[in-house]
Design a protein around this ligand. Structure first.
Ligand code: C2E
Ligand code: MG
Ligand code: MG
Ligand code: MG
Length: 293
């Protein structure tokens, strides 16, 4: 007969087996990531940021995906945490930055000047050389620093960002804009906006998505928008999925929005189609709209 511990052991075994597929996938992904970056399996998708003042696109956020030969298109939540643990986040961040600046430069050459936002894990800020990397890449692409925003996402500990104040200050001195992503959740904290040189707050989509049905969420969004605007920051609401939410945010004084209502993250051909055809796209902008045709 099994004693209690063995029985628990058996239960764990069964429980583990249920997750075996996922664990094996994660293990494989973690192992394959460095060579996948080198062999060109990473892709960038682009999601527009829309000004709530005039309803026009101001910039794009680059969001990475992994075009995996066996697993298809893998989303970042499935490999960014692994990359952070294995150290592969450094080459990944360099690849994303380079690819994003390359694409933004290509659009600029067509007369379409968009701001570009790149996500940077707070861990990357511990690398004291990171500001030099960014400066070199901006120079390589002759891209103006003030059109690049780094969205800082924190996945580990609050101390990660606060310990990186020097690095953030040096990035800010380059002219790069600093954004705090997923503001209001996890470890992102009010201490950040007191101590760090930031330009933008992104109100986490978990509050925005339900602000119509959840009065508490709409109170939180209102307070975060007021906080950011009172401090003179750009405030971006993420997760805007419908028109009612857009109008609620506009009434609260939010100045920038992102979400499926305007556009999902799109690959380059589809993003360019969206730019040409959407009412949020180039139609309202005085830039060379015909360039993409
Ligand atoms: P994030 O930077 O907060 O990006 C927003 C996420 O919300 C994206 O998921 C986007 O596709 C999704 N989203 C946008 N609008 C809506 C909406 O209206 N409704 C809903 N339900 N979702 C919306 P995605 O692309 O899967 O990225 C997830 C996270 O992975 C990002 O969150 C970011 O933290 C991280 N990430 C993405 N690319 C990179 C990267 O190049 N480097 C690093 N370090 N992290 C990245
Ligand atoms: Mg982001
Ligand atoms: Mg976010
Ligand atoms: Mg996020």
């Amino acid at each position: 007969a099994l004693d209690g511990a063995q029985r628990r052991g058996v239960r764990f075994l069964v429980f583990d087996e249920e997750n075996e597929g996922e664990r094996r996938l994660q293990f494989g992904l973690g192992r394959d990531l460095p060579s996948a970056i080198e062999s060109g399996q990473m892709r960038l998708y682009f999601q527009p940021k829309i000004s709530m003042i005039d309803g026009n696109v101001t910039g794009v956020e680059a969001l990475v995906r992994w075009q995996h030969p066996e697993h298809g298109l893998v989303f970042p939540d499935n490999f960014i945490p692994l990359a952070e643990r294995s150290g592969a986040i450094e080459p990944l961040t360099r690849w994303v930055l380079d690819a994003a600046l390359k694409q933004a430069s290509a659009w600029s050459a067509l007369g379409i000047d968009l701001e570009i936002s790149v996500n940077v894990s707070a861990l990357t800020l511990h690398n004291r050389d990171f500001p030099n990397t960014v400066r070199t890449m901006l120079a390589n692409w002759s891209f103006p620093a003030n059109r690049l925003t780094l969205e800082i996402t924190e996945s580990a500990f609050i101390s990660d960002v606060l310990r990186a104040t020097d690095t953030l200050t040096r990035l800010h001195e380059l002219g790069v804009r600093i954004s705090i992503d997923d503001f209001g959740t996890g470890y992102s904290s009010l201490a950040y906006i007191r101590r760090l040189p930031i330009d933008e707050l992104k109100v986490d989509k978990s509050f925005v998505m339900h602000m119509q049905s959840e009065p508490d969420d709409s109170v939180i969004v209102r307070v975060l928008v007021q906080l950011g605007r009172s401090l003179g920051l750009n405030v971006v609401a993420e997760g805007v999925e419908d028109r009612e939410t857009w109008y609620m945010l506009a009434a609260l004084g939010c100045n920038c929005a992102q979400g499926y209502y305007m556009a999902r993250p799109l690959d380059v051909p589809n993003f360019e189609k969206w730019l040409q055809s959407s009412a949020w796209g180039l139609a309202g902008r005085a830039v060379a709209q015909a360039s993409l045709a």
